[in-house]
Design a protein around this ligand. Structure first.
Ligand SMILES: Nc1nc2c(c(=O)[nH]1)N[C@H]1C(S)=C(S)[C@@H](COP(=O)(O)O)O[C@H]1N2
Ligand SMILES: [Mo]
Length: 335
């Protein structure tokens, strides 16, 4: 993989051997004013710097030297924001505050309980109303499709949110390969359900395996991502390793983790949440500040790492890109 700079000089990622070197190079790249889209190959945690403190980019050093002035570090860290100017959540936040009920309903307990989750070998079976069904090994998915960086807001229905720098590939690429038939209207996703590894499966409250669904149009949308990494590292078990869905305009529970099966169908899938509480969870589950959850408001949210609440944006801030998918649909009825 190559990191492209505006100057046209390319840095092979194979040269990036340590976090500090990675940071230095990334700072250099950012300082040069280029966005290193899709090419982060090692982890680093951004400092939490409010965007207001962003300095105008200054000239980059002539080489990616190991010593970087403090002011440059701040300038570079503040470039790590989403398109609305809000800083990325830290690697620590993203990997230690998780919802993954197959392990536990305790958000801070998922990390510990999932540490030995076996994600290799792994494959996804793609089946149903498709012309080319198949089973795709993780290696195929990683080599076949370019892994791009996508910085998305994740808005949980519990009214907290984060900004997460994912890597992954568009689900549309995989779907085009299996070629849905004209009868296919929906895509149904399933998570692994292995009681040997997932202690939460003993909970009788849920209908395992975890299931989610999208319309084919939603699944084919450019924003819909199959995520394979965060901050340039492979996904950790608590975030849904080795591959999970990310649908940034919907509540977080639609972004199903550790996927083993994808089925194209003409029937609207019943998700785990729809089955558990049909009056609380509908099929669409688009982020909508105007439609409260029956037990709490969705008008505002707490960004993890912030103290005051912020207003929730319709479709989680992706309205311009996705509103057309719902033309003519009553979003109160179809919640
Ligand atoms: N299989 C599975 N996928 C899941 C969940 C789960 O419990 N099991 N929780 C969902 C919920 S409620 C949210 S908010 C997000 C959280 O993703 P994160 O832990 O990576 O932030 O994952 C979603 N995907
Ligand atoms: Mo959630």
């Amino acid at each position: 993989m190559l990191i492209k700079r505006k100057s046209g000089i390319e840095i092979p990622s194979s040269e990036i051997t340590s976090e500090s070197l990675y940071k230095t190079r990334r700072q250099f790249i950012r300082g040069a004013g280029a966005i290193a889209a899709g090419s982060i190959m090692a982890a680093c945690r951004p400092e939490r710097v409010p965007p207001e403190s962003a300095a105008a980019p200054t000239a980059a050093p002539a080489t990616g030297g190991e010593t970087v002035a403090e002011s440059e570090v701040v300038q570079v860290a503040s470039a790590q924001t989403d398109e609305l100017g809000d800083p990325w959540n830290s690697f620590e936040d993203i990997t230690s505050y998780n919802n993954y009920y197959e392990f536990t309903t305790d958000k801070e307990g998922v990390k510990g309980l999932s540490q030995n989750f076996k994600t290799d070998p792994w494959s996804i079976e793609v089946t149903g109303m498709v012309n080319n069904p198949g089973t795709f090994g993780m290696e195929d998915l990683l080599s076949k499709y370019d892994q791009e960086e996508r910085v998305y807001r994740l808005r949980c229905v519990e009214a907290w949110s984060m900004v997460i720098p994912w890597q992954g590939f568009q689900l549309s690429k995989l779907l085009k390969e299996v070629d849905p038939t004209s009868n296919a209207k929906y895509v149904r996703f399933e998570t692994l359900a292995d009681p040997e590894q997932m202690p939460g499966l003993s909970s009788p409250w849920y209908n395992w395996p975890y299931v989610e669904g999208l319309t084919v149009e939603e699944a084919m949308h450019d924003l819909t991502l199959m995520a394979t990494g965060i901050y340039g590292q492979s996904l950790l078990p608590q975030n849904g390793a080795p591959v999970r869905l990310v649908v940034p305009w919907k509540y977080g529970f639609k972004s199903i983790k550790s996927i083993v099966k994808i089925e194209l169908t003409d029937e609207q899938p019943t998700s785990l949440w729809m089955a558990a509480a049909p009056n609380e969870y509908g099929f669409y589950s688009n982020v909508n500040p105007d439609v409260p959850h029956p037990r709490w408001s969705q008008a505002s949210e707490r960004r993890i790492g912030e103290f005051s609440r912020r207003e929730t944006l319709k479709f989680n801030g992706y309205e311009e890109q996705v509103a057309h998918l719902y033309d003519g649909l009553d979003l109160r009825e179809n919640f």
